[in-house]
Each structure stands twice: as C-alpha cells, then as structure tokens.
Design a protein around this ligand. Structure first.
Ligand SMILES: *Cc1c(COP(=O)(O)O)cnc(C)c1O
Length: 330
C-alpha cells in the first residue's frame, strides 16, 4: 500500500514561526478540517496538542467529536449543534440558522465583509446579535473570512476596512478573528484574539514575493509501492489510451497510487518525482507507472510542486488524499 509520513519536527518548526507571529500559542487555532488537510485528523490533533495548541477549527460535528479530547476550544465552521457543549462553538453562517440552534449553544457570528460566500451581512449584524440573545444562544465572537488574502487586487484591504468598522461598533466583551494563514503573514503585526491557521502549519503557504517570506517546511510525504515491473522497447506504449510512447528501451514499473487514492489525474504524462523519476502515461484509478524499477518511490514531499504540475493548489492535492492511506509520524 502507498503510505504517508508526517514529519513532526517540520510541523513544530512551522508552529514556531506561527507562534512568533501571534506572540502566544493560545492565539493559534489550528484548522483541522477535511482530515487535517489530508494529513490525518487524529494524528495532527495529537501532535498539535503535544506542542501546546489548545484551539482547533473543523467543519463538522463528527470531526469535532473525533478530536474533542485534545483541545479546550473547537470551532465548527458549518454544522448544526446537537446540544450545548462546553468546548465546541458553532458558526452562524446565516441569520436564518439562529432559530435552528439549541438554547445555551456557544456561537460565533460570521460576517460577510465582501467575500459573499457565508456570513450575515453588515446590515443584518445588529439584528443578528439581538436575535442570538433572545434565542438564548451565547455569543462569544464575531469573525470574517478573506477571499483575497493571497491576492493583490485590493479586496483584502476592502474586507479589512469593513471588519475594522465592525470591531469598533460591536458590543463590548466579544472576541474577533479574521486571519487565515496568508492574512497573518501578509500583515506586519498581528493584533487580533485568534488566528485560524491551516496551510502555513502544514508547510505549504504561498504568498506574493512583495511580502516577507518564511521558511515553512511541508510535513507530508507520500510513498508508493511497486506492484510489477517490465522491460519495454523503443516504440512501446504504456497505460490507458497508449498516450506514452517509449523513446528508448527502458524499465517501467507500476506503483500502487492512482487517482482513486488522490493522485490528481491532471499529472498524467507530465509529472516528475522529487528524485526526477518520470511518470509514464495516464494515471489510472489504483496505479501509476514510472520509469523506474525501485521497490518504493517517493511520489512527493511538497504538495506545492504537484499542484504546480496539475495547475491547481496544494490544498486540493492534500485534501484529495484518501483516509485509508496509512499515516505514520516520523
Ligand atoms: C479553511 C479556512 C481557514 C484556513 O485557511 P488557510 O489558508 O489554510 O490558513 C481559515 N478560516 C476559514 C473560515 C476556513 O474555511
């Protein structure tokens, strides 16, 4: 079976950089949604807790329950609470969902500051706060999410200005957070109560070169095992569609990592491993062929390189990795 290794010292190195920026470990909320960006939810939760992280952000109740033992605070981004919990906070993404939440639930109100994806509008803000109160929910924080923290088109500044106004006019005693990884690291100084950090912790942050660059280290490596090998001659084809035609006599082997496991098919015919081993032909569901006879090959150790090749983002490369691949902490 293909296998994943998770490099603990790289993870802690990334967390050190994040902690230096937030000035305290308590302000770091590690985003663990989508199986911790494909790294493995329980594995990453346990390591984060060992480092001293007390806050996590997930998508669903199921994820929150899976890691509850490791954290003091968990923010659920998009699910309906089953009942009040001391640890788990729920996001209000729309004024309509306030009525659906059970009394006593700890909630955080998401405000739409111009991304136009989730959150109540700025106009609805005061009514939402009032409705939360009369519905018996406990409002702890107001937050927003940036659409362009990693872009230079002016939207980041617009959303930031909108959120600043919200902070200035909000009732006293609430907490505020707006930064994901890119927003945290494009700012010179961080001055909010919490950061929701994902991709930087996993070592794959990319921000424009005009901002200070940091030496994040990817923590996930993926290895695939050889299923079979064969000698091919010049002119022989490999794989579905016969799209690879060998230019010389060579050895080709088939490895147990395909698009069904999360190897994006867009890498067919063009991908090269970090050791320079070339892919041969199309990626199939459970297999991919490489010009190699090694028993096991390192497919990647930096999701950004796979993303570049497949014309996508590291987030997609990582979250595509299936849960049943064995994860091992090294
Ligand atoms: C996924 C997510 C994050 C983390 O974003 P990164 O770019 O990985 O740091 C933060 N906040 C919200 C609301 C998210 O959905």
């Amino acid at each position: 079976m293909a296998r994943i290794t998770l490099n603990k010292s790289n993870f802690f190195h990334n967390l050190d950089i994040i902690k230096a920026k937030t000035q305290s470990v308590e302000r770091i909320a590690l985003v663990l949604k989508d199986n911790a960006y494909g790294h493995g939810l329980r594995e990453m939760a346990k390591l984060a807790s060992e480092y001293g992280i007390t806050r996590a952000v997930v998508r669903s109740n199921t994820e929150a329950e899976t890691i509850e033992e490791f954290f003091e605070y968990i923010l659920v981004l998009a699910d309906i609470p089953k009942g009040p919990s001391k640890k788990i906070r729920y996001t209000i993404n729309d004024i309509e969902c306030i009525k659906e939440f059970p009394k006593g639930t700890l909630v955080e109100l998401k405000v739409n500051t111009a991304m136009n994806r989730n959150g109540v509008s700025i106009k609805e803000l005061n009514d939402s706060i009032e409705l939360i109160k009369v519905s018996g929910l406990v409002l702890e924080a107001i937050f927003t999410h940036h659409s362009c923290a990693d872009e230079l088109n002016g939207n980041y500044e617009l959303q930031k200005a909108n959120f600043l106004k919200i902070k200035q006019n909000a009732p006293k005693g609430l907490h505020f957070h707006s930064c994901n990884s890119a927003a945290l690291f494009r700012e010179e100084a961080f001055n909010e109560d919490m950061v929701r950090v994902g991709i930087a912790a996993y070592g794959c942050l990319e921000i424009a070169s005009k901002f200070k660059q940091y030496t994040f280290k990817p923590i996930l490596s993926l290895y695939a095992k050889k299923i079979s090998s064969r000698q091919i001659s010049k002119g022989d084809c490999v794989g579905y569609g016969a799209t690879f035609v060998s230019q010389s006599d060579s050895v080709v082997s088939n490895y147990d990592f395909g698009y069904g496991d999360g190897f994006l098919r867009a890498n067919s015919n063009i991908y090269k491993t970090p050791e320079g081993i070339e892919i041969a032909g199309r990626i199939s569901m459970d297999n991919s062929s490489f010009l190699s006879d090694k028993k096991e090959i390192l497919i990647f150790n930096d999701a950004r390189e796979v993303a570049l090749c497949a014309k996508t983002i590291s987030y997609e490369v990582l979250t595509s990795l299936k849960e049943n691949i064995k994860r091992e902490i090294i």
